[in-house]
Design a protein around this ligand. Sequence first.
Ligand code: ATP
Length: 446
Amino acid sequence: MHDNKKNQELMDKITSLCKRRGFIYQGSEIYGGLAGTWDYGPLGVALKENIKALWRKQFVYNREDMYEVDAALLMNPKVWEASGHVAGFSDPLTECTQCKRRFRADQLEDPTKCPECDGALGEPRQFNMMFKTQIGAMEDSSSIAYFRPETAQGMFVNFKNVIDSFHPKLPFGMAQIGKAFRNEITPRDFIFRVREFEQMEIEYFIHESQWEATFEEWRKGMHEWMRTIGLPEKNIHELEVPKDDLAHYSKRTIDFEFDFPFGRKELYGLAYRTDFDLQNHSQASTVELTYLDEEAKEKIVPHVIEPTFGLDRTVLAILTAAYHEDEKDGEVRSFLKLKPQIAPVICAVSPLLKNKPELVAKAREVFTLLKEKFGRVMWDDNGNIGKRYRRQDEIGTPWCIVVDFDTLGEGGDALRDTVTVRDRDSGQQTRVAIDALLTTIATHLK
Ligand code: ATP
């Protein structure tokens, strides 16, 4: 089959699995949707939260030099003037003179011809991607505000607060996980390009002289992160952004691109933002944003290295890398090969038969034991065991635990109080003592 068609089919399968099984739904679906918005269902929320928890562990909690903030989504419009977003956060927009559809001019193979109707495209003009809103009851220019298009500025405007509260020594970093909004001209490719998304960002403050070494450290740190979440190395490619294409604040940027089914596209970025933001905010706010270097006895404006991670793109990369199909007994099985730390459900517990009260009671005992310890544990007694396995495979549950008559001691004392643990990827079943379940699973989660 032609690769494009196969890749489109793969995306269709993943999108449909996400909807069917409660990972991701179309935003405002019952009203026909709202372009560029998606809603996360229970399994999607769990997946995202697991990713965030791992990110925090690796980049905040396992270190001593990180300060996490959670800034407001709405910020004083002066922030966006100083950061350069009001003047320059735009994409080139072009409109078809015939069908009136709009496109991003820099994403078209032929910027003169409409890809939908072959009509002539107009001259591109710059389109600012920030979402504007009105604050308070007055509707005039003084009440204009913007939803933040990146989380970065929430950290720069809190730089002084963190210095004053914690007196960190350089180098140190600030981290933030949160929503960002961009009025994308052409949202597309499921959750890849959307108008409301989440970012996980770090601003790492340094002496200017350290920028190259620190950039290199973060480059390695980002690769380590991608290994942690199970993205295959072969699908990750670094792109050195050419000087002419650098964002207005950057002296060097590497894009980490990922082989998505719809092509090789930006997953993450690593930028050397110099002291651009702190200098501009100092000037515009007239509040000094400096660091007192006690050894040199001088105040300096730190430079900054910024690793940025799109959370929704992370979810998509993980899902596309994890989606597998194999054939068992003439039946195609689809399963998500998710790392246990990331899987929305760590394990599912079932009684072999749901109409045998003694099996159900014992299975509930095992379920409660695991649920209290791990939280992400599901009770599943619908349909036969084979169907339950398929259902759990499809949502990436690493282990299914079944309580049967042997658990109750009917097969002799040797098997009493043991359960079947079935592995998602190999389909192999092993017998594990209930007493050993907690440690067995905890070991896998490490
Ligand atoms: P692109 O070139 O794909 O528009 P960008 O270079 O503008 O992305 P950045 O401004 O560097 O992106 O944003 C940091 C990260 O935020 C990106 O690496 C990506 O993971 C994520 N991101 C940016 N725009 C979107 C979007 N519209 N939808 C989902 N994630 C996004």
